[in-house]
Design a protein around this ligand. Structure first.
Ligand SMILES: Nc1ncnc2c1ncn2[C@@H]1O[C@H](COP(=O)(O)OP(=O)(O)OP(=O)(O)O)[C@@H](O)[C@H]1O
Length: 374
């Protein structure tokens, strides 16, 4: 079974605590996301000028891209207290009423995973966002009555990895939506240098570049790989965060040159060696790598598809020319993407063995970005 590994974008409770020390404290320290930063800065400053709570803010983007960090920064920039809760923690409207009715004026309420909130609570939230009021229902059945209760004006900062799952009435009540993108390698390098400094372990530029290239465009993964490299350097190396220590540590943790891990490579391996590159259905693919279909679909596929290694077609999953090249394999002439593979090979990147890293060999394919759609 696949366990959370070095390149999962999700964090557990312990990691959230470790991350606290590395979080940027203000907008200037927050690396990348230039457009979001600029837009947000305007929203916050204009609200401060008018001496009003800013519009409610929605942040959408994958795990580990900095949504919680940004919510903390918003509160800090406003000089306002911050309350943190999450959609799954709000099972009934009463849970939400308890939070809303105790907010102070101007407080920032961060509601993570807002798309997972219970339906009745969602409706209570509409009214609270618009009218700063909650309707507390007393009694049951035909005799039930709603008692309106005024609440202090507050700013809701909602975060979601699935903006499309939010009902339109909720989405429409946010005055500003920040779309968080994956980070460029140079931005991740900057984050890594900052984090290494905070950990008291300055790092060689080449080591930062190497870790950034394997971090899947995600600061959380970059910081986690940094901690693994630091551990390795302390225990097996000379304590310095050098390129050599970075290579050795990342090979040990089976994170290859483009950020693929063991499960990613197992999927590509089965797809190519057993199914001639596909197409193959999700459940067959999952059984073949000994995993749950859900794990393959939610843990491995998003990155493989986003990075251009895997394509989802109506007939099933297909390995792309980039995948064949990365695994150092030659596609058969009748492979689903055979024609495209030929043109990729003719275009300079051989599909017959010039791996862009393979099993953590450390090779670099500069024509491949691992942090965006190809
Ligand atoms: N722009 C950034 N600059 C510097 N560090 C960052 C940035 N974005 C994120 N980080 C770091 O990455 C880690 C994860 O960030 P954060 O917890 O804010 O992500 P998230 O999007 O809220 O994730 P989740 O959706 O899983 O809660 C934190 O340690 C944070 O310091």
């Amino acid at each position: 079974m696949y366990e959370r590994d070095a390149v999962s974008p999700e964090a557990d409770v312990e990691e959230h605590q470790i991350e606290g020390a590395l979080r940027p404290k203000n907008l200037d320290e927050f690396v990348g996301q230039h457009r979001v930063r600029e837009q947000l800065s305007l929203v916050l400053h204009s609200a401060q000028r008018r001496n009003r709570a800013p519009d409610h803010i929605l942040m959408s983007g994958g795990p580990g891209l900095g949504k919680t960090t940004l919510a903390m920064i918003i509160a800090a920039e406003l000089g306002a207290p911050l309350r943190i809760t999450s959609g799954p923690a709000i099972e009934r409207s009463g849970d939400l009423a308890a939070v809303l009715s105790t907010l102070q004026e101007g407080e920032v309420l961060f509601l993570d995973e807002i798309h997972r909130m219970a339906r009745p609570a969602e409706e209570m939230l509409y009214v609270a966002m618009e009218d700063f009021r909650v309707d507390v229902v007393v009694g049951k059945g035909p005799g039930a009555t709603a008692i309106p209760l005024d609440i202090a004006p507050f700013t809701l900062v909602g975060a979601t990895t699935r903006a499309g799952m939010l009902p339109a009435p909720l989405r429409d009540r946010f005055g500003f939506t920040a779309h968080m993108d994956f980070y460029e390698p140079a931005e991740l390098e900057q984050i890594l240098h900052r984090s290494a400094g905070l950990l008291g372990a300055p790092m060689e530029a080449e080591a930062a570049r190497e870790i950034a290239g394997r971090s899947r465009g995600t600061p959380r993964i970059a910081n986690r790989l940094l901690r693994r490299v630091r551990d390795y350097a302390e225990v097996r190396g000379d304590g310095r965060l050098t390129l050599g220590n970075a290579h050795a540590a990342l090979e040990l943790y089976e994170v290859d040159a483009l950020g693929l891990d063991r499960l990613d490579r197992a999927i590509l391996d089965v797809l190519m060696n057993r199914f001639r590159g596909g197409p193959v259905g999700l459940s067959t693919l999952a059984v073949s790598v000994g995993e749950e279909a859900e794990t393959v679909e939610t843990v491995a596929e998003p990155f493989l598809v986003r990075s251009g290694f895997l394509a989802r077609t109506p007939r099933g999953r297909v390995a792309t020319p980039m995948a064949w090249a990365h695994m150092g394999l030659t596609p058969p002439p009748d492979a689903a993407f055979g024609a495209a593979a030929d043109s990729a090979a003719n275009g300079g990147q051989s599909a017959s063995g010039q791996s862009a890293g393979g099993q953590g060999s450390g090779g670099q394919n500069t024509s491949v970005r691992n942090n965006g759609t190809p």
